[in-house]
Ligand binder design. Structure first.
Ligand code: SAM
Length: 268
């Protein structure tokens, strides 16, 4: 880090800068960027990951919300022809505008934890232009992303992300790797959008609706929580036992429920 420039980490931007060289190296190895690829880094901060990503020879777009970091990023990387900086909010960014045709994006970021869930949902809307994603997140969020049916971590986030992506919990990172250290443990996750959806729903918005409704009261039975959406007979027609609780259902069963809802709203 240049001594000419001192940046004070801002809590409202979720700034916890990585400083552990071993952890940075391990993340870069997991991403394994290559020349000719097109990467997008969300929240480059002071450039902890940016330097290694650019060093790979890949093309790199970065989106940073904090204007005060722009001069530093330009100073460090502005001369590299592969570097392209966007100052703005990743939650509002049109990711599809960067990719075209065969040019799929590899998205990476040590994400601001306060916006990580909405940001992942926003990225899923652009899953078709994304080759893969590597994120540092709160460990608890990674456990929910990678969860399997039957446990307390299985919920809306697991189901909607696994609908679109294969999820791999790669490794955990302790608070000491950051400056300032966050109060929670972190983890690196890899999300790879499915080339072909394993359980396609007739309408994925109905899947979202069923899942949200079911997990609103996760201790209740599906017969109870879904009664505004689906009569008991429709739950049965989906091959689902209405006496189960939502965390006992896998993705395929939720898709069958959503497809029953599609039948109710627009009978064939
Ligand atoms: N990548 C750097 C590192 O690993 O040291 C910084 C990581 S820090 C946890 C998160 C970064 O995301 C900060 O630089 C912060 O300013 C930026 N950020 C926060 N909210 C953002 C948003 N909505 N869009 C883009 N960047 C954002």
């Amino acid at each position: 880090m240049s001594e000419l420039y001192q940046h004070r980490a801002r809590k409202r931007f979720g700034q916890n800068f990585l400083h552990d060289a071993g952890v940075i190296h391990r993340i870069l190895r997991a991403i394994h960027a290559r020349p000719g690829e097109h990467l997008l880094e969300i929240g480059p901060g002071q450039g902890a990951l940016t330097e290694g990503l650019l060093g790979s020879g890949a093309r790199l777009d970065v989106i940073e919300l904090d204007q005060d970091l722009v001069p530093l990023l330009k100073m460090r990387f502005g001369l590299d022809p592969n570097f392209n900086l966007h100052q703005g909010d990743a939650l509002k960014f049109d990711f599809s505008s960067l990719a075209g045709g065969e040019d799929k994006l590899r998205v990476v970021g040590n994400l601001p934890y306060n916006i990580s869930t909405p940001l992942i949902f926003h990225l899923l809307e652009h899953a078709g232009v994304i080759a893969d994603m590597h994120f540092m997140l709160q460990k608890e969020v990674v456990e929910r992303l990678a969860a399997e049916p039957g446990g307390g971590d299985w919920g809306r986030l697991s189901i909607m992300v696994q609908y679109h992506c294969r999820v791999e919990h790669l490794f955990n990172v302790g608070p000491g790797a950051f400056n300032p250290p966050p109060k929670v443990d972190s983890a690196i996750v890899r999300l790879v959008p499915h080339a072909v959806l394993p359980h396609p729903a007739k309408d994925h918005r109905l899947l979202e609706r069923v899942v949200r409704e079911a997990f609103n009261q996760r201790r209740k039975t599906l017969r109870n929580t879904l009664k505004q959406l689906l009569p008991a007979a429709a739950i049965e027609a989906a091959g689902v036992d209405g006496g189960l609780r939502p965390e006992q259902l896998d993705l395929a069963a939720f898709v069958r429920l959503a497809d029953q809802l599609a039948l109710q709203t627009s009978p064939e």
